[in-house]
Design a protein around this ligand. Structure first.
Ligand SMILES: C=C1C[C@]23C[C@@]1(O)CC[C@H]2[C@@]12CCC[C@@](C)(C(=O)O1)[C@H]2[C@@H]3C(=O)O
Ligand code: AKG
Ligand code: FE2
Length: 357
């Protein structure tokens, strides 16, 4: 299993070493970037009913969309970008002082999904769950407050935006305003909590052989991603007519944020909304950064297919904490592992364990 000791200073490398050389980056063809199929862009300043309709369409057909008019001030995005760059520019020795412990969530390290692959990724990450203070103190013993203030300010904006978009997602799934009242039965689905993931992809001498972040889905309800102006994010898009799936680039659009559907929204929508498989590729010239706010319900709230759907629930209820455990063990098979089959449906039904909210 790869570990941090296999890691090196990317800046000093002129050739992709065998440890980082991926055999097949071209498992699916890439879509023509100038083709007609491009990721939807939704302006959140539109009327609520239009916005809801566009979000529903994007979640069903794409699993990803971009938002403009989101209200997150540009200087908050710029500050996060510059603090992220400051963090990853520290010497490796310093960054390792804030290494993510083997059983922990927060800290600096390899891609968490590295253990499922034999090759390493052209990547470094820093995860922040809760207060950034302890880790920031280790990184900059005398100069940590700017980083902490930036992260706290950004998280506050993200939480606000995530709750707003989640509200629209739930309405688009057929819940009504009364259902969504804070004291209402599904109110917990709107009390989102989030984890901030800072991603760094150094420039790479041979981008066709290296992988930035391997294909995965995110586990939460939604991920709100801010990317710098170097492209790299790709989503796997099934073709309408039986052709092969294609990697579609989600280009950086100044001021827009990318929102992708995570596994918990896939469950909530009983499979109508697609948690989208995505990856990040690297660039020969530019160092790329991205910052992902992965939001979900409070760790112990049960998520199950909403009762607005007729027919049987396709997934059993899980908490985010339980689902993250499954994801850590089964990676891209986690969703399939909680599918209700004919047999388990009988068992669950007899025991009345399925709780559609
Ligand atoms: C809450 C979480 C979601 C995440 C695993 C984590 O515990 C913290 C990091 C998250 C992240 C970010 C990069 C992609 C991803 C698949 C990963 O390896 O770590 C996600 C995880 C996820 O959504 O499952
Ligand atoms: O860097 C990117 O564009 C993707 C990052 C990502 O998928 C993640 O943080 O979950
Ligand atoms: Fe992701």
């Amino acid at each position: 299993m790869p570990s941090l000791s296999d890691h090196f200073e990317f800046d000093s490398i002129c050739e992709v070493p065998d440890s980082h050389a991926w055999p097949s980056l071209h498992d699916y063809p890439s879509a023509d970037p100038l083709g007609p199929d491009s990721v939807p862009i939704i302006d959140l300043r539109g009327s609520c009913s239009d916005t809801m309709k566009f979000i529903k369409h994007a979640c069903e057909r794409w699993g990803v969309f971009m938002v403009t008019g989101h209200g997150v001030p540009g200087d908050i995005l710029n500050q996060l970008e510059s603090e992220t760059c400051r963090l990853f520019s520290l010497p490796t020795k310093q960054k390792l002082k804030a290494a993510r412990p083997p059983d922990g969530v927060s800290g600096y390290g390899l891609a968490r999904i590295s253990s499922f692959f034999s090759k390493l990724m052209w990547y470094e990450g820093f995860t922040i769950s809760g207060s950034p203070l302890d880790h920031a103190r280790k990184l900059w013993p005398h100069d940590y407050s700017k980083f902490c203030e930036t992260i706290e300010g950004y998280n506050k904006e993200m939480k606000k935006l995530a709750e707003r978009v989640m509200n629209l997602v739930l309405l688009s799934l057929g819940l009504n305003e009364d259902d969504l009242g804070w004291a209402g039965p599904v109110g917990d689905l709107l009390k989102v909590s989030g984890v901030l993931q800072l991603n760094s992809y150094p420039a790479c001498p041979d981008p066709d052989r290296a992988m930035g972040l391997a294909a995965h889905t995110d586990s939460g309800f939604l991920t709100i991603l801010h990317q710098t102006n170097t492209s790299g994010l790709q989503i796997l898009r099934a073709q309408d007519q039986h052709g092969p799936a294609r990697w579609v680039t989600v280009p950086p659009v100044p001021g827009a944020l990318v929102i992708n559907v995570g596994d918990l929204s896939h469950i909530l929508s009983n499979g109508r909304f697609q948690s989208v498989l995505h990856r990040a590729v690297v660039n020969r010239i530019h160092h790329r950064y991205s910052m992902a706010y992965i939001c979900g319900p409070p760790a112990h709230t049960k998520v199950s297919p909403l009762r607005t759907f007729s027919g049987r629930p396709v997934y059993r209820a899980v908490t985010w904490a339980e689902y993250l455990g499954l994801k850590g063990k089964l990676f891209n098979q986690a969703l399939a592992s909680i599918r209700v089959t004919d047999e388990t449906w009988e068992d669950h039904n007899n025991a009345s364990v399925i709780t559609c909210v």
